[in-house]
Unconditional design. Structure first.
Ligand SMILES: Cc1cc2nc3c(=O)[nH]c(=O)nc-3n(C[C@H](O)[C@H](O)[C@H](O)COP(=O)(O)OP(=O)(O)OC[C@H]3O[C@@H](n4cnc5c(N)ncnc54)[C@H](O)[C@@H]3O)c2cc1C
Length: 332
């Protein structure tokens, strides 16, 4: 089949326990931009059991149509039934593009579809668009993150990508929006090798950096673990969370959940304080959508200043305690 015969933009509407992953709404927003460019229909594909009510949300956030496939074997995520269901649907409808959230589920499912559909997949895209030749590209850090590459899938279809969460802003929900709901039957069986007996939400320690409105992040310029205390105090005074670039996590000073960046967490706080962080590409892709970026670094030419709204050229050992003192005085 010629690639021109593949039409439509699909977003895999990842849900667990009947709750859509927030990244789905972000990807729908970006897919709307792609749709504005190609004029193709935007479809959300929803797999599960008793999840049909989620279609309303998908319409509100931009989907023209929802393909819904429900089956007991799809009630909880299990790789083989999900792979079979989505493969059957993609072979039937032949979309041109399929986008998945780069969550652990999406990262498990998308490569399986790459194999069954014999197509290409870009992992962890941070942007999507069309180049001058109208070719769909996916932007992703490459060569160890030293460059941002535009990946294109020239001949194979569908063109697929997993997209990092928190890269795009969901649209304002279109209240009362409706679309076409297509109910499909898929031929799937429960995975013969294992059964999901129970799922439990991850324990909330109250310290997670995803969703934090204020973050104070420390980097390799911090010489001793004890020097993190003033950063923690600053975070606490601002009702924020302490985070780090990778070297501090590699040192074992903070757990991996606290790492911002390509191999860590993507964050989108209102304010982020980068303290003694140089601003590598791998770090930036994890925080580039922060509302206000404030950086403290004693090197004038540090790349982090290129993406900062406010910068302090100075030693964190004097700047951070002074800031803490000032905030305390103003609060008193
Ligand atoms: C595949 C891959 C994935 C990666 N993933 C990640 C990731 O997810 N997150 C991540 O962070 N990195 C990641 N990295 C590592 C990344 O390349 C950088 O090495 C790392 O981000 C550097 O961290 P940094 O900015 O804290 O340290 P450095 O680059 O060493 O910067 C330290 C900064 O501190 C400043 N400084 C020093 N002393 C002081 C002082 N007294 N006062 C003020 N400023 C001071 C210096 O001027 C310097 O700018 C990854 C690398 C690879 C290859």
């Amino acid at each position: 089949m010629a690639k021109e015969d593949y039409k439509g933009i699909w977003v895999f509407a990842e849900q667990q326990n009947g709750v859509l992953n927030p990244a789905v709404l972000e990807i729908l927003a970006k897919a709307l931009e792609l749709k504005a460019h190609t004029g193709e229909e935007l479809t959300a594909v929803l797999l599960g059991d008793c999840v049909g009510s989620l279609a309303e949300t998908l319409f509100a956030y931009g989907a023209d149509q929802v393909i819904l496939a429900e089956d007991k074997a799809l009630a909880s995520y299990s790789a083989r039934p999900y792979e079979a269901a989505l493969t059957q649907l993609a072979e039937k409808y032949k979309p041109s593009i399929i986008l998945y959230a780069a969550t652990s589920l999406g990262r498990d499912l998308a490569p399986r579809l790459m194999v069954t559909l014999k197509t290409g997949l870009t992992a962890d895209a941070i942007d999507l668009g069309f180049d001058r030749d109208e070719v769909f590209y996916q932007t992703t850090p490459a060569y160890g993150g030293s460059i941002l590459a535009h990946i294109v899938i020239l001949e194979a279809r569908p063109q697929m990508a997993t997209v990092r969460p928190m890269m795009f802003e969901p649209i304002e929900p279109r209240t009362g929006a409706t679309g076409k709901l297509i109910t499909e039957t898929v031929d799937v069986k429960a995975d013969p090798d294992y059964e999901v007996l129970e799922t439990a939400p991850k324990q909330d320690t109250g310290d997670a950096i995803e969703g934090a409105a204020v973050i104070v992040a420390g980097g390799r310029g911090i010489k001793e673990e004890a020097d993190l205390a003033p950063l923690k105090e600053l975070a606490s005074l601002l009702d924020g969370k302490l985070a780090a670039s990778r070297p501090l996590v590699d040192n074992g000073w903070l757990p991996h959940e606290k790492q911002i960046g390509q191999s860590g967490t993507t964050v989108k706080p209102k304010f982020i304080f980068n303290v003694a962080i140089s601003g590598s590409v791998q770090y930036q892709v994890g925080m580039q959508n922060a509302g206000c970026v404030i950086s403290v670094n004693h090197t004038k030419g540090a790349p982090i200043f290129d993406i900062s709204h406010y910068g302090v050229i100075g030693d964190y050992k004097s700047v951070i305690p002074a800031l803490v003192e000032e905030i305390k005085n103003r609060k008193a």
